[in-house]
Design a protein. Structure first.
Length: 146
């Protein structure tokens, strides 16, 4: 009888110990509703850009020191949306990066202020990057491959 109980105990411990670590972490994260992009959002689905003209309008407003704000939605390989809100007040850019819906990422909400948004050109891509930020984190706002 003791051997049976010991076997059941060891077997149960093995089952508990073999659970995926991510399942425990995800159960602690608050559940957010699925995100549905608005018609104003700039959407990057694995390089397929929608509403890029709105991004160009934002860049123009930055150059003319006119207030504006946009949301960029970038989808991960797994299809999870990462949201970046940029708000320009005529002086600084406030960036909010929301990765809480990314099931394989950090799952955080970060905010920082930056002095500018620059364009970095190369032969294969164009990167739009934040500069002069208080907190250094993912400074790439948008990447366009040619």
């Amino acid at each position: 009888m003791k051997k049976k109980l010991m076997f059941i105990f060891v077997f149960a411990m093995l089952l508990i110990g073999c659970q995926e670590e991510g399942s425990v972490i995800q159960s602690r994260l608050p559940s957010l509703p699925d995100y549905t992009p608005s018609s104003e959002d700039i959407v990057d689905t694995h390089g397929d850009l929608q509403n890029f003209n709105r991004f160009e309008e934002f860049l123009s407003n930055l150059n003319n020191e006119q207030k504006d704000n946009i949301r960029i939605v970038t989808y991960t390989t797994e299809g999870d949306p990462i949201l970046r809100d940029l708000a320009y007040d005529g002086n600084v850019i406030i960036s909010k990066l929301d990765t809480r819906r990314d099931h394989f990422g950090a799952g955080s909400l970060k905010t920082t202020s930056c002095s500018s948004l620059v364009t970095v050109l190369s032969k294969t891509r164009t990167d739009y990057e934040l500069e002069g930020c208080q907190d250094e984190y993912d400074k790439n706002v948008l990447v366009i491959h040619h």
